[in-house]
Design a protein around this ligand. Structure first.
Ligand SMILES: CC(C)(COP(=O)(O)OP(=O)(O)OC[C@H]1O[C@@H](n2cnc3c(N)ncnc32)[C@H](O)[C@@H]1OP(=O)(O)O)[C@@H](O)C(=O)NCCC(=O)NCCS
Length: 155
């Protein structure tokens, strides 16, 4: 691999959504059916958004959401399979963590299989705080444009 061609970017505008969709279809079991439109909403509402490219090819991605002071959560960390095991995943997560929006009291993430990877970066398994609401009917209505954010906040 020619490392000189590999670049990290924090710019939302640098992300080719079609390549992003392809990367997640290939390497992320939890995000294989996401549409371009939904990806653009997720990216617009995330900060930081970090992408890694090799020349013109998107080979890594991660994003986070943060309240800027108390809590932040990292989402959608992926390195293309051809580039895994070369240190890029750790560098990607570290780049997310050093962003000014991530200087908060606690950073959370959800992972099914990658606990060992995240432990290398300093994360600890935390079984006491997690609950989830599978908000499927609302999500479908948003995605289909049947309800808008303001309407749902007023409901
Ligand atoms: C998880 C992922 C981002 C790691 O990226 P990567 O570039 O392969 O990781 P790195 O090369 O930076 O690995 C860093 C260290 O973690 C270790 N590591 C990476 N993945 C691991 C795994 N699944 N289990 C155990 N250790 C792992 C590496 O061996 C390396 O250890 P070392 O520093 O002692 O050599 C990548 O494997 C991936 O995209 N997987 C598919 C998508 C996914 O599961 N994402 C995470 C969702 S929460």
């Amino acid at each position: 691999m020619k490392y000189s061609q590999i670049q990290f970017s924090q710019s939302h505008a640098d992300i080719d959504l079609y390549q992003l969709q392809e990367l997640f279809n290939l390497a992320a079991f939890w995000a294989k059916e996401r549409s371009i439109k939904d990806w653009s909403i997720a990216i617009a509402n995330s900060e930081p958004v970090i992408s890694i490219s090799d020349g013109e090819s998107l080979i890594g991605f991660a994003r986070a959401t943060s309240d800027g002071i108390y809590r932040a959560t990292i989402w959608d960390v992926v390195i293309h399979p051809d580039y895994q095991g070369k240190g890029l995943g750790i560098k990607l997560v570290e780049t997310v963590l050093t962003h000014p929006r991530m200087q908060v009291e606690r950073v959370y993430l959800m992972t099914t299989h990658q606990q060992t990877f995240y432990e290398k970066i300093g994360f600890q398994v935390n079984s006491t705080t997690t609950m989830v609401l599978f908000n499927q009917s609302n999500f479908d209505a948003f995605a289909n444009g049947e309800i808008h954010l303001q309407e749902s906040l007023e409901a």
